[in-house]
Design a protein around this ligand. Sequence first.
Ligand SMILES: [Zn+2]
Ligand SMILES: [Zn+2]
Length: 362
Amino acid sequence: MCQYCLNPNHKKPDWLVDDLGSAGVPYVNFEEFLPPPESSYGCLFSRDRIEKGYHVEEIDDGVYWVSSGWYDTMFVRTGNGIIAIDAPPALGENILAAMEDVCDEPVTHVVYSHWHADHIGAASIYGDNVKIIAHQKTKDLLTRFPDSYRPVPTETFESNEVLDVNGVKLQLSYKGQNHSEGNIFIFAPKQKVLAAIDIASPGWVTFRDCDSSENLSGYVDAHHQILQYDFKTLVSGHVSKLGDKNDVLENIEYLEDLMRFAREALETVDVEFFTKQLGDGAYKGAFRDAEENYFQALTNYGTKKMLEVVTSNGKRWAERLNGVQAMTKHNMFSMIEKTRLERTHNGYMLRGGKPSSPKFFV
Ligand SMILES: [Zn+2]
Ligand SMILES: [Zn+2]
């Protein structure tokens, strides 16, 4: 029996490495996790998604949402051609099928949210005769790291741009680095639909390491920037449901708890508890051991606080958002590291001070 999924028919495959001990990372078992909240399901179990591999629906007045269940995006009919946003490979040509389900207009314009391959890695499906609009940094990155599946943008902008196709308008805006450089906000003002990709995740906890965000301060800030829009519907790029303002506020509350407990961990966990075993002449490799255990202690301290905290509606995070028990340790580690790197250090070594301090924050 496979000890990782409890399926009696599974046998351990040759590639499965589970003998690294403390040099590796441990496996989990789904029975250790609470069932995910049903409020997070969205189109996950809808018949069309399961049968066709995608779900498409009109959000409002020509703005459509298409989802694979794990990746989603939107497109806009103009009456004289479609504006496509992104092209996640997980949807691939199913995006074209979804467009054909609802109209017979060709794609004339493509907007890239950001340069990541998991969101635009199928953009070549739109062919050579489309205008591709993106932030200048997205063009710079795709020029530096070429990929035939991600054609280089034909038009770029720096801060704000209005894309007007046949009178249908999209407001494009770049507010600084967040999840990645060049990641923009795409807003349909008439329909009040906002595409903000890889920022909020309605009904779910953010994916590992706060979705691998490059700048966690900018990533958290981007949630507040979403709330500055007069939007009704959020397309997030992931999960299986559309979002609204309450979803963003819920994600912000999770992130604020994450920031609060990351800082508390840094101020509480005593690095000397782990380093004092290193006496004079101790084998230098032991330093790695102390460092590893210090970071594990920081992460576990903050994760325990996150799992136990009673949130604003009286529930715990695992009862509110999908993925909390699996993802929080990864998000906590990232938040601790980025707190160290991006936020104030709260002091520095004083002249004549000792080489280590009882707490990370002096
Ligand atoms: Zn991304
Ligand atoms: Zn993503």
